[in-house]
Design a protein around this ligand. Structure first.
Ligand code: RM4
Ligand code: MN
Ligand code: MN
Length: 405
């Protein structure tokens, strides 16, 4: 889009939705921030496609930080980076190290970045019997210890956020006692809660299945909420877009948690499978999630939720993929801000179902909000098309030549 097209677009949107609404949307896109995960830039899991990795991937946390820095440079919104304790602060993938975390924090800062959520890693070597729910006491102790260390890292080196996702579950009925798995998790979290500063926010994430195929300890938002409540007042629920059955109404979960004043967080990605972690797309579901976040006043301000991208898949160029996600989130935010909630409620009061739906979708699906997002970038002197700017930056050629992968 040329500058002229952007201006005409803003004018046309202002005629339809009102100048103030459109100006507000531009301002909100300018202010919007989102955290990106370190793991998108490096080796993740493995096993699929003969361990295929896109060329130029990061081989250590410092290269991941380099990649995160270029993403932030192109988009201006992602100075905060999420880290995984055993991927990013460990020499052997078995134990976390506070000293490495200090080094990583300094390295992040020297690149204009900050550490965001700290993710204890429960799913690498030694986790086949589960982590916090394991029937094996030694295993539980090991993961409790790693979580307490992650809590200290969160408290002292990051934005005081600990995000917990367990791979715990079973593959066969009868394999384990279901109540025991729940109780072990509650007990482990209790010890963690007693040993991690209350200033650290904790978000507990759920996932409908995988790796457990028969039972999953934290399979839904209800289980996560139950665990959060037993942890304490500083805990809440982390929703990951990809972690649901296809038919789950995720925006309703968002709205319910906000309505109940539960502390929340969101891991954005897509949900073509129950967990695939591809790029966020600017689709209507994403816009509806944003409508609830905007309506609930948790995108900015004192009740702000922790908004993060959690994404990693093996085929696509990772840096392009994460910039694409950021672009999609900004589009969704702009769309959500175009909905006139008062007017919508008038239709609802009159029980004009179709008119309400058309009015809602007119903003959330039909309006072309690209001028809003582009104007916000223009105002901040950022590239209008950050994916294109990345492609033209020469960075990809550089990492493909320099990195030993
Ligand atoms: C899990 C979950 C967590 C993420 C790991 C890598 O499926 O989504 O949030 O940290 O993957
Ligand atoms: Mn996640
Ligand atoms: Mn996931």
């Amino acid at each position: 889009m040329t500058e002229k097209q952007i201006e005409y677009g803003i004018e046309s949107l202002s005629l339809e939705f009102g100048k103030e609404v459109v100006d507000n949307a531009v301002k909100a896109v300018e202010e919007f921030k989102v955290e990106v995960p370190s793991w998108i830039f490096g080796k993740f899991g493995g096993g699929r496609f003969g361990d295929y990795m896109p060329p130029g991937f990061a081989t250590n946390i410092y290269e991941k930080l380099d990649d995160a820095a270029i993403v932030n440079k192109m988009t201006g919104v992602s100075e905060q980076i999420a880290t995984h304790t055993l991927w990013d602060f460990s020499n052997d993938g078995m134990e976390g190290s506070y000293d490495i975390a200090v080094e990583v924090k300094n390295a992040a800062e020297s690149r204009g970045l900050k550490l965001g959520s700290i993710n204890p890693t429960y799913f690498l070597k030694g986790s086949h019997t589960g982590s916090l729910s394991s029937y094996n006491e030694k295993v539980r102790e090991r993961y409790i210890e790693q979580t307490i260390l992650s809590g200290k890292i969160a408290e002292e080196l990051s934005n005081k956020l600990l995000t917990i996702w367990l791979p715990d579950g079973t593959n066969y009925p009868g394999q384990s006692e279901l109540d025991k798995l729940t109780q072990n998790t509650i007990d482990s979290l209790k010890i963690i809660s007693e040993n991690v500063s209350k200033s650290v926010r904790v978000l507990i994430e759920y996932k409908v299945f995988e790796p457990g195929t028969y039972s999953t300890v934290l399979a839904d938002w209800g289980s996560a909420l139950m665990m959060a409540q037993s942890y304490g007042k500083n805990a809440g629920v982390l929703i990951d877009m990809g972690h649901h059955y296809h038919s789950t109404n995720i925006e309703q979960i968002v709205s319910r948690l906000i309505n109940s004043k539960v502390k929340g967080g969101f891991h954005f990605n897509t949900r073509y499978a129950a967990d695939d972690d591809h790029s966020v797309e600017p689709n209507s579901e994403n816009a509806r999630v944003f409508y609830e976040l905007v309506k609930g006043d948790v995108v900015f301000g004192p009740n702000k939720w922790d908004l993060m991208i959690d994404q990693c898949s093996s085929r696509e160029n990772r840096i392009q993929a994460i910039i694409h996600s950021i672009d999609s989130l900004q589009i969704s935010l702009a769309r959500a801000l175009l909905v006139d909630q008062k007017k919508l409620m008038e239709y609802q009061k009159e029980d004009s179902i179709i008119l309400a739906n058309r009015f809602f979708n007119n903003a959330l699906i039909l309006a072309d909000v690209r001028p809003i997002v582009y104007k916000a970038r223009h105002n901040k002197k950022l590239p209008i098309d950050p994916v294109k700017a990345y492609v033209q930056s020469g960075y990809q050629d550089k990492i493909e030549k320099e990195r030993k992968n």
